[in-house]
Unconditional design. Sequence first.
Lengths: 225, 416
Amino acid sequence: MKVLLIEDEKTLAESISLYLGQEGYICEVANGFIIGDEKVQVADYDCVLLDITLPGGNGLDILNNLKKKKPGAAVIIISAKNSLDDKVKGLDLGADDYITKPFHLSELNARLKSVIRRRSFGGGNEIIFNEIKVSPADAVVTVKEKSISLTRKEYDLLLYFLANTNRVVTKESIAEHLWGEEMDGIDSLDFIYSHIKNLRKKIMEKGGDDYIQTVYGMGYKFAKK
Amino acid sequence: MKLLTRTNIFFVGLTLIVFTLGGTVFYKTFRNITREDATERLQDEKTKILTYVSSHQSLPQNTISLGDTVAFYQVVAPATEKTGRTKFLNPSENEYEPYQTLEFNVSLKGVNYRAVIFKPLIEADDLQHAIFQAIAIVSLILVIVMVLANFAISRFVWKPFHRTLEKIKEFDLAKEGSVSFSKTSIKEFSEMNAVLETMTNKIAADYKNLKQFTENASHELQTPLSIIQSKLELMIQAENLSADQMEEVRVVYEATGRLSKLNQALLLLAKIENRQFVETKQVALNEIVESKLNAFEELIKHKNLSVERNIEPVTLQLHQTLADILLSNLIGNSIKHNIEGGRISIKLNKESLVISNSGGQISMLPHELFHRFRKASDASDSLGLGLAIVKEICDAYGFDIQYMYANMVHTITISF
């Protein structure tokens, strides 16, 4: 999987490419408008992560140029501006998703996977982790071929874990992923814990392993033991 | 006290003083003139009498024709000529009347006579009375004219001043960038306008810069925050961290998250203040209320809250994001600051939105609730900016927001 990251902030670009590299992506970095615009024109990427505020130009112009030439290209906009106008403009121009700085790397990773998955097999491909199989197209989860019924939040939580397997996922990033901004100022740990407990129970009931490890104080890790 | 009243009082007072002084001077002058005139005429009469005596060689008998009273009496030796004043009782009016007198010597056939002429003067109180009357009438006319003139001056000459005053009264720093006053030909007012214009423009520019600074500062903080957060996230993936190190990373990570949220809230406030949410559209508030209640469903269940809805379809011209934040903050608050098993009531109609929830008393004044960084609870995960944002949004759209606490129920009312 090849990803192009167009981001002028070198340290941030480094972190992102390192995280994505660990996930098995080949992550190229373009640090400016011109080089970014050039790269998207000449090479094909599975997804482009595009910062809007770039020295030398507006990232939306790169998006526009790219979509003219390759309408099918996948793009996630990264922006420091939490502006609805930019979001609407970006999505109108054909971006697949929009994420605002500062974001959790695990969140970016989950979104990237979701975009690539939707693109590659028309969304029909399944996510398989040992005995757990998720078919995102119809939101069906099976454990050892037996389907389990999850609530919306449990399902989202499972997908989030599956996108970030073998990694510590912080409770803050889980809260933001599940509830967005709404839970700001609320101690959401209890809610996360109860969803995790239920998810774990439902998987284990069908004979699945307990993959959810608690990383004390920090969050959770979905991994083989 | 109005300027007009003050100047009128001043004018009336001044008029009284001037006319009292003027009247006195006038009285004295007039009296002196009549006295001098009487003295001169007495001298004339003296000449006439002396002429008569020397030509007729007898004292004049018929002195009535002179209009004055003349008396002669014999004296031993001639004395010097003397003028004086005296008073006699006028029997017909039963009061004393003033007379100017002239005493002089008349020599007739070797006999010395003393002649005294009494010339009646105008009575002092008659004079005073006449002068007072004249002065009073003149003063009254003057005062009336001045007061009327003042009204006219105030109406016409002060017009530019009042226009400027109106402009300043209506001036809202948060809404307008600058203010311009209408032209006037009066130098003082045009100078005042120029000074005010410079001043308001300077204030507005400073205010704008300050707000811009807040926004830029918050904005610039986003990138370093992103870097810190991403580096920490990479760090916690490391397998070789000790439990202590992990704990320290956790603390830094949480603080960074808090800082980042704080920064976003401040940025949002600055953006609303800077009126950057300009694109409005018809927003169905009732739908947002329902979707927020949905989003908070878990929390409502967790706290065992009962929600009473009285929601009518209401559509307002708003910015979608702001409408969203407004309701999210208000409904979120009504849940967060609620008690276990408490109640929430949401009433929405064309006039207002009323959200009330049960909860304990808070230790601050109602208006302080909308100030930044005021927290009702000591919950450290609360930023204390939620209601400040709500207030700012209400201000931006000219909504009135009120907070009330009674019988263990907090109520926030927004009137559209």
